[in-house]
Design a protein around this ligand. Structure first.
Ligand SMILES: Cc1ncc(COP(=O)(O)O)c(C=O)c1O
Length: 485
């Protein structure tokens, strides 16, 4: 129960007091300050607190009730309804007041949009996984087991800081997994565990003193990594990408000492780097005494094509630093990723990491280790691959059906996002229209250099977190909003 509230009510305004109160509560439900499931304050005490009549509060509540923002329960008071239920998910139409608030949202920065937005019924967020299909019970039992291991046996010092390179059992499981799934034969002692890809890159910049050289990077390329490199004042050389991955000839014209690539699913454009290009890239690294930073973030999810071995698997000259993450294949909330170093850099890594603490909770590492050791990880990935394939298909088929050749899907059949381009329309317009139809989609521009106007054409649609019915309905609404009959 929300005990009370203190809106600023202006008795001299032309807007009646009950209307002011109604608007205040509505706005606070829409922006999430009054969360769903909560109860509005009881009428009499609120009227006393605000020094207004009971009728005034009743009138405001009556309006909220009529519009579906609250539900009246016998003896249970007025219960705030989930935002999604206010519109079409339950067959009701979008209330007029909310229609207005969707279209009045001004997309400012992406981060602002995400943090302060009114939840929309169809959010094509990149980064969401199929939380609805996550094996909660198994994970819960691994977490419980990890906690009792910590208390009862503490075999890996999991109540303390833990191994600074990461839980040795977990690193062994990861080495085994990378060999099976990605073809790279590596040892656990080449691996260190850390709290996500950005953290991994910043550690690498420090450990390998990468600020002293030039850091080449795909253009367009993953904004998360660009942000870190810029933040650390690295000298970044943007390298264009071709239909089969990074332009190795352009890379050869720089004096880069390291290049960051996403070969299994270029981010954000989505192409797979050909084997021929992988070999050329490895040759470039050998010839220039350089390193390759391979970000293999979502290679588990391919829909139809055969797996291409990772660069690390083809790396006969020990040039590749491999980065894997559990954010796509398992759970972003685990905040767990890992780096596999070239063998010759292991002594340096150990020496330089000796003064750093680990960044991932030893208890989470223990739970993930149990999850892997008990065979759940492989099963989970196989299951999720089927789920994402069905989602990918639902999304792309409905786009083709509804939008035909007016929209172009960019990217190979894999991962958990697509790029979409609508000829002659800018992403800002597409995003605004989408919002007015209850759909949240995102600009891909931040992954391009600011000077590149190509960036303005693309929108990015993540599909991992939406089931097939939601994807189809979302696309239907996008079609209506973008191409009205
Ligand atoms: C290209 C790329 N690399 C890595 C990641 C994963 O990052 P993290 O391990 O920090 O969750 C993502 C996720 O959004 C990504 O798009």
């Amino acid at each position: 129960m929300i005990l009370s509230m203190t809106p600023l009510l202006n008795k001299h305004s032309d807007t009646p007091i009950y209307d002011q109160l109604y608007r205040y509560i509505r706005e606070n439900i829409e922006n999430g300050k009054l969360p769903s499931g909560g109860k509005l304050p009881a009428i009499r005490p609120l009227a006393q607190h605000l020094n207004v009549s009971k009728n005034t509060v009743e009138a405001a509540y009556g309006q909220l009730l009529a519009e579906g923002y609250v539900e009246s329960r016998e003896r249970g008071g007025y219960v705030i309804q989930p935002i999604e239920q206010l519109w079409n998910l339950t067959g009701r139409d979008i209330p007029e007041s909310m229609r207005h608030s969707f279209s009045s949202i001004q997309p400012s920065s992406e981060a602002d949009r995400l943090e302060h937005h009114i939840p929309l019924p169809y959010e094509f967020r990149y980064g969401d996984i199929a939380f609805d299909r996550f094996p909660q019970e198994v994970w819960k039992s691994c977490l419980t087991q990890a906690i009792s291991d910590a208390v009862e046996t503490a075999p890996y010092g999991i109540l303390g800081y833990g191994d600074r390179l990461g839980h040795i059992g977990l690193r062994e499981e990861l080495a085994h997994y990378v060999y099976q799934a990605r073809g790279a034969a590596v040892d656990a002692n080449q691996i260190f565990v850390c709290a996500g890809t950005q953290y991994a890159v910043s550690l690498l910049v420090q450990l390998l003193r990468l600020r002293e050289g030039v850091f080449a990077m795909e253009e367009p390329g993953y904004h998360g990594v660009k942000t870190v490199l810029r933040g650390m004042d690295c000298r970044v050389a943007p390298i264009p990408v071709e239909s089969d991955g990074i332009d190795v000839s352009a890379l050869g014209r720089t004096d880069a000492s390291i290049v960051y690539v996403t070969p299994s699913h270029q981010f954000p454009l989505g192409m797979v780097m050909s084997v021929e290009k992988r070999l050329r890239l490895l040759k470039w690294a050998s010839a220039n005494d350089a390193l390759i930073l391979e970000d293999d973030y979502d290679s588990e999810f391919r829909y139809g094509s055969r797996p291409v071995p990772s660069l690390k698997a083809l790396d006969t000259d020990d040039r590749v630093i491999y980065m894997g993450t559990l954010s796509k294949a398992f759970l972003p909330g685990a905040r767990l990723s890992y780096v596999i170093m070239p063998r010759r850099l292991v002594p340096l890594m150990k020496e330089r990491l000796a003064n750093y603490s680990g960044s991932v909770s030893p208890m989470i590492q223990q739970a993930v280790w149990l999850f892997m050791k008990q065979g759940h990880y492989g099963r989970h990935i196989r299951r999720m691959r089927r789920i994402y394939q069905a989602r990918y298909r639902a999304l792309t088929e409905s786009i083709a059906e509804i939008m035909g050749n007016r929209a172009e899907i960019v990217g190979d059949k894999s991962g958990m996002h697509i790029l979409l381009r609508v000829a002659g329309r800018e992403s800002s317009e597409l995003i605004r229209l989408a919002e007015s139809a209850g759909c949240m989609i995102f600009s891909a521009a931040k992954h391009w250099d600011e000077s590149n106007t190509d960036a303005l054409e693309f929108v990015i649609l993540g599909f991992g977190g939406m089931d097939e019915a939601a994807l189809r309905e979302g696309v239907r609404r996008l079609g209506e909003a973008w191409f009205p009959a």
